[in-house]
Design a protein around this ligand. Structure first.
Ligand code: GDP
Length: 306
């Protein structure tokens, strides 16, 4: 990911390197190149606008410092602004002070929620937590079975809609009310002293108001400490519309970017925090349960500018 954007930005900066000082025209030419590179990488237009305006202002008013030549100064500003649109500081999961921490996953179908549920379960178990997975996705025929398989791999129990079926066994005829499943899952977590509950919810193929309402009802039933909006980094320009719809529908607290191992151009990654103000907590980088990384804005910015 980001390879084209990275190459474009690097060659833009290379052109600046030979210059002893930068005129306003040099800076404007550079800003134009940066704008084009970001738009071609599918970064959302308002984010590009804000980004380039800040870089321009700062580049024009930058003091000539002894340590950095003008080109290095521009690179430093771009780096700092990239860190800022990626959310600034990195943030980990927030845990409840008492009772089980509830983490709810929301996002479009195929975004990678069920896979992420398993990854988080494993990650938390390895940190000494005792998570319980809840299969509240009753929309997709195989979702409960899929979560059961993932739970078994992660060594984490799964609370599924069938009585007595809470340990990763096969479920094939799923029926029931996802809100009740989520609520019962929370009750079970309390009774069995699980300290984290991870609630997988139904994926929407498009922006479906019935399913969005269902997600809001699940949220109201279990009052999550974290609602993680799971978004496929490959979705490009649609990232903004989707993120805004989920922001309105369920008001998520954080973002997880998936499929960063693919050849996405990076637009979703660079836009979603900018348009929602919500931080990216994790990046998913493959199909295996161990392919999960804490998201660090500074490291991501360095990767882009390397
Ligand atoms: P859900 O519908 O949101 O629950 O999505 P799933 O968890 O079923 O994932 C959809 C597909 O994407 C599955 O084939 C996953 O194996 C795959 N997948 C999920 N996360 C990643 C990732 O980070 N990288 C890659 N390459 N594939 C992923």
């Amino acid at each position: 990911m980001f390879s084209t954007l990275s190459d474009r930005l690097t060659s833009t900066f290379k052109n600046l390197r030979s210059k002893g000082r930068l005129s306003e025209a040099d800076i404007d030419a550079t800003i134009r190149e940066i704008r084009r590179a970001l738009l071609d990488a599918d970064v959302a237009v308002p984010v590009v606008r804000e980004f380039t305006a800040s870089v321009r202002d700062r580049a024009l008013s930058a003091e000539v410092s002894g340590a950095l030549n003008p080109a290095q100064q521009v690179v430093k500003i771009v780096n700092e602004e990239l860190v800022a649109i990626l959310g600034g500081e990195s943030r980990g999961l927030r845990f409840a002070k008492t009772g089980p921490t509830v983490i709810m996953l929301a996002g479009l179908q195929g975004a990678g929620k069920t896979t992420l549920a398993g990854k988080l379960a494993l990650h938390l178990r390895e940190q000494g937590h005792t998570p319980l997975l809840v299969a509240a996705d009753l929309q997709r025929p195989n979702a409960v079975t899929q979560l059961s398989v993932v739970g078994e791999r992660a060594g984490v129990p799964v609370f599924a809609p069938h009585p007595g079926n809470q340990s990763g066994t096969e479920v094939d005829d799923v029926i029931g009310d996802p809100v009740a499943v989520a609520r019962d899952g929370l009750e079970t977590a309390r009774q069995r002293q699980h300290d984290v509950l991870i609630v997988d919810t139904a994926g929407r193929l498009g922006l479906d108001s019935v399913l969005m309402q269902q997600a809001a009802d699940i949220r109201d039933a279990v009052t999550p400490d974290e609602i993680l909006f799971v978004i496929d980094a490959m979705i490009g320009q649609d990232a903004v519309t989707t993120a805004k719809a989920f922001e309105e529908g369920v008001d998520f607290t954080g973002v997880v970017l998936t499929k960063l191992d693919g050849d996405a151009r990076g637009g979703a990654a660079l836009s979603v925090t900018g348009v929602t103000g919500r931080p990216i907590l994790f990046a998913s980088t493959g199909e295996k349960l161990t392919d999960l990384e804490a998201f660090h804005p500074d490291r991501m910015a360095s990767r882009i500018l390397d």
